[in-house]
Design a protein around this ligand. Sequence first.
Ligand code: PHE
Length: 365
Amino acid sequence: MDYAATGQEALSRIAEASDLDTLEALRVEFLGKQGSISGLLKTLGKLDPEARKVEGPKIHGLRESVSDALAARKDALETAALDARLADETIDLSLPAPEAPRGTVHPISQVMDEIAEIFADLGFSVATGPEIEDDWHNFTALNMPESHPARAMHDTFYFPDRDAQNREMLLRTHTSPVQMRTMLQQGAPLRIIAPGRVYRSDSDATHTPMFHQVEGLVIDKQVHLGHLKWTLETFLKAFFEREDIVLRLRPSYFPFTEPSVEADIGFTLIDGKRVIGGDPSKGEGGWMEVLGSGMVNRRVIEFAGLDPNEWQGFAFGIGIDRLAMLKYGMDDLRAFFDGDVRWLSHYGFSALDVPTLSGGVGTPA
Ligand code: PHE
């Protein structure tokens, strides 16, 4: 049989293919599992040996020339596509720079810097940990074994695969695993904060699937609840830059602290707007929950390899987004993550506005 005509037709159709999709369709038509040339190859098996000797090289030759032509055409089309993109995406470096910088520092970044500045003054250093965590650091070591009901309250995002140690992997639901990581790495005594992103499957005007916390941890030999209360009050007064901050501590429950305390901050109503400060029990206003805290549970100290008869401490977890909203008067959390430049230029900060204790920890741009 003569395959020259078949080959000619295939090659000219390949040469005419004007885009990669068309070319791929041709490849399937000729060389795919059900392709015409693949079909010819299959007929070889049914031929007698003499005929096969004649036909075999012809069909293989045909297949080879078609496959070479496909590869060459693909190369040419890809090069042309890249050239077109390069021509399209040039930037004109001779254009003048914008008159004023357009970017602003996001309120979350600003507030994180403010928090770090205040705690640095109290002798805390900044620790970090991974956002992709394992189940042991996020839960088990914080006194939440597998069946613990508190796990369900965290609305955790799990990954499909486990890690090398067969631990379930997840997006950390709080910054508390950094407590464990830091104790394991640095031992005691310890005085750290750990700001960062956390993730929970939750979404409305006051909850986003990703939000920010700052963890605090102090481990030493004579630490008690009074130190915790003083630290929180001192921090909040410095953060809101006013002395009349009123804290209300409520007994609460966290598996990793005992006893556990949630803290509310008092606000008053001025022209219908919530303003932090003042004692709500003496007038109009109310309480806003801002953090969870407590004395580190003995079991957690043990998990960290320390002797709970020697070391104690306190820990707290503050919602950064919530604090930013309270301080700078935003009312919808979702706007924080929309990336709308109008919102950012209104609420953002100048890059030169570095928070310092002497200059003020937060003056809007
Ligand atoms: N990790 C807790 C939460 O996310 C907050 C917390 C931190 C409570 C440290 C006590 C001590 O809700």
